[in-house]
Ligand binder design. Structure first.
Ligand code: PMP
Ligand code: GLN
Length: 387
């Protein structure tokens, strides 16, 4: 990706448009088709009616920064100064962009592939080289030696997304420690993308890189309200990290958007105060939803990879079709009326990845939507539907 001309329309816009045109259920773009908790929506309304309609302080409302610091202390035993080490951004996306722009300019960034599709654009904007290390199916393991080989004197940061989109991999403590060892040895930063931090299943536990001994000072912990509180349209994200790093990110933020949406920041204070039960219920519901969609896809003839976290399932359709993944995703949307994302969108070499016969489905939907999807898949593949 050498210029913005190489990018084109994002796969999320493309597949959502395909789904709308076909009247299909959108299991492509990752967003819940239900609202976040009523109390936080109500709080946003209160904030809108209470005069929080002008610019917020650039680094975020102080009560939100306090709530963020408190939340991470409580849930991850990580202590950050609310004025110096916490900043609010327009979604995790803007925080990641500001981190790359301020800390990786003209250097190199390493991430695991497949990767969330926006990362290469951030590298391009920063004039940084974007390097990848493969996650190998079916368990999405990586080779530590390959990671070490990818590191050079120009490497500024490893961009680590866990729980991982699109694979659903949750990096284990051992894996995090092996990455941490290299980061310390080569004196590089770790920029984390932890937006799915609360969506983990069974025995899998989300561990932030900042919790690994010796890593807090060289980790920028980035996450957002989008997934945890089912408000992807709010775009309220936050970064936590050492003052010298965060202050550099804040300058980019201040000169790009200045601040994120003021009334929604107020509502996120309320979200961060939700009781432990909220997170328990979130995980329980998503586990049931994962299982429902997993079974429906398996019954329809897909071979699914077991996600450990996030709200995505990767499915291999090679027993169903030998089309490339883009053609298959469009075909499925138009014919079965269930939309998905071709996995090649998350690879640098898209032509090669297209032949892996993999697509991604999102299960952040109501039980009703998922049952309807299951029925449509059943009709398409089990009721002698002819392609
Ligand atoms: N990172 C990953 C891995 C994501 O899947 C998303 C989803 N949109 C984001 C970042 C963006 O988060 P936000 O909505 O907070 O910008
Ligand atoms: N993160 C979401 C996904 O992976 C959607 C992001 C977007 O629409 N830009 O589907």
């Amino acid at each position: 990706m050498k210029s913005w001309d190489d990018f084109g329309v994002s796969i999320f816009s493309k597949m959502t448009e395909e789904a709308t045109k076909a009247g299909a259920i959108n299991l492509a773009q990752g967003f819940p088709d239900f609202d976040g908790p009523k109390e936080i929506i109500d709080e946003a309304v209160v904030a809108l009616r209470s005069g929080f309609n002008q610019y917020a302080p650039s680094r975020g409302h102080r009560d939100l920064r306090l709530a963020i610091a408190h939340h991470f202390e409580k849930r991850r035993h990580l202590s950050y100064h609310p004025d110096k080490e916490v900043c609010v951004f327009s979604g995790a996306s803007e925080a990641l962009f500001c981190a790359v722009m301020s800390l990786c300019r003209e250097g190199e960034i390493i991430t695991f592939e497949p990767f969330f599709d926006v990362y290469p654009g951030y590298a391009l904007a920063a004039g940084a080289q974007f390097k990848t290390v493969a996650l190998q199916a079916p368990h999405w393991n990586f080779d530590v030696e390959s990671l070490e080989k990818a590191i050079s004197p120009k490497t500024k940061a490893i961009l680590l997304n866990t729980p991982h989109n699109p694979t659903g991999k949750v990096f284990s403590r051992t894996e995090l420690e092996s990455i941490a060892k290299l980061a310390i040895q080569h004196d590089i930063l770790v920029i984390t993308d932890e937006v799915y931090e609360e969506i983990v299943f069974e025995t899998h536990e989300h561990i932030s890189m900042a919790q690994i001994p010796g890593m807090k000072e060289r980790t920028l912990l980035i996450t957002s309200a989008s997934k945890t509180y089912s408000v992807t349209g709010w775009k309220v994200g936050y970064a936590l990290g050492a003052e010298d790093l965060l202050s550099k990110m804040r300058i980019v933020h201040e000169h790009i958007v200045f601040c994120s949406a003021s009334p929604l920041q107020k509502a996120v204070v309320k979200a961060l105060q939700l009781p432990e039960q909220y997170y328990y219920d979130l995980r329980r519901d998503y586990l049931q939803k994962r299982n429902l969609l997993f079974d429906a896809l398996t019954q329809a003839g897909f071979k699914c990879f077991h996600p450990q976290g996030s709200y995505f399932i990767i499915a291999d359709y090679s027993d169903i079709s030998d089309s490339d993944d883009v053609d298959f995703a469009i075909w499925l949307t138009r014919n079965a009326k269930v939309a998905c994302i071709p996995l090649s969108s998350f690879y640098l070499d898209k032509e090669l990845a297209k032949t892996k016969h993999l697509v991604r489905f999102c299960f952040a939907k109501t039980f009703d939507t998922l049952m309807k999807s299951a029925k449509l898949l059943d009709q398409a593949f089990n009721e002698s539907f002819v392609r």
